[in-house]
Design a protein around this ligand. Structure first.
Ligand code: PGA
Length: 250
């Protein structure tokens, strides 16, 4: 049985003092969950978050990194820098980064490889636009994105990759994919992984759903056969709301 992994994506929100306060309130509420809990916080909050989750079951992730090891890349942060302070996860290829910061399937693939070389676990985002959905291209788009993202990885690395299926039209819009549609898209991704890396690998890969997940729809989504938890944006900024999402099966 695959575990459920629930990750908050704070995006460009929360100051260090807010991060500390959040973790203080949130950690006792999720301490008994069997689900994996991750907070992906802004760079400036990482160190405070890492100090404050010590002794809890909460893991910390970043929201981006550069694919080069080091060098003249003003404003960028490397995988080694993240690893050096104790970061465990990193979101790669979020649709906002693809849309506003020119990330492509190629840079996503490079970043995943660099993440693994530095022992960071990538959470890789894929998803279709509304236009693509309406043209019935969802499956084609997302399976292609997954194939290109994972190109050149070993079976072992693919097994450790977390994929977040996030339909772009559902992010921050209040519109959620139906549990059935989300499950079918995730099944299509799993089948593509099986085709390339084998059934055994595909059965182990964690594939999350993301896009307007909230406490009122988390249970229905996360109980579907192929949905292994979620990547949660807006609803992860509120302790009471995110706690309910993490504890969806309690
Ligand atoms: P949302 O964002 O939950 O606010 O829709 C999800 C995400 O972008 O990861």
């Amino acid at each position: 049985m695959r575990r459920k992994v629930i990750a908050g994506n704070w995006k460009m929100n929360m100051l260090p003092n807010e991060t500390i306060e959040f973790i203080e309130k949130f950690s006792p509420l999720v301490k008994d969950t069997e689900n994996e809990v991750i907070l992906c916080v802004p760079y400036t909050d990482l160190f405070y978050a890492l100090l404050n989750v010590q002794g809890t079951n909460i893991k910390i992730g970043a929201q981006n990194m550069h694919y080069e090891e080091k060098g003249a890349y003003t404003g960028e942060v490397s995988a080694k820098m993240l690893k050096s302070i104790g970061v465990e996860y990193v979101i790669i290829g979020h649709s906002e980064r693809r849309q506003y910061f020119n990330e492509t399937d190629e840079t996503v693939n490079k970043k995943i490889k660099t993440a693994f070389e530095n022992e960071l676990k990538p959470i890789v985002c894929v998803g279709e636009t509304l236009e693509e959905k309406e043209a019935n291209k969802t499956e084609k788009i997302i399976t292609e994105q997954v194939e290109l993202a994972l190109e050149g990885l070993s079976n072992e690395q693919v097994e450790k990759t977390i994929i977040a299926y996030e339909p772009i039209w559902a992010i921050g819009t209040g519109k959620t994919a139906t549990a059935e549609d989300a499950n079918n898209s995730i099944k299509a991704i799993r089948n593509k992984i099986a085709e390339i890396y084998g059934e055994n690998v595909a059965e182990k890969v964690i594939i999350q759903y993301g896009g307007s997940v909230k406490s009122s729809n988390a249970k229905e989504l996360f109980e579907m056969s192929d949905i292994d938890g979620g990547l949660v944006g807006g609803a992860s900024l509120k302790v009471e709301e995110f706690e309910k999402i993490v504890n969806f099966n309690k």
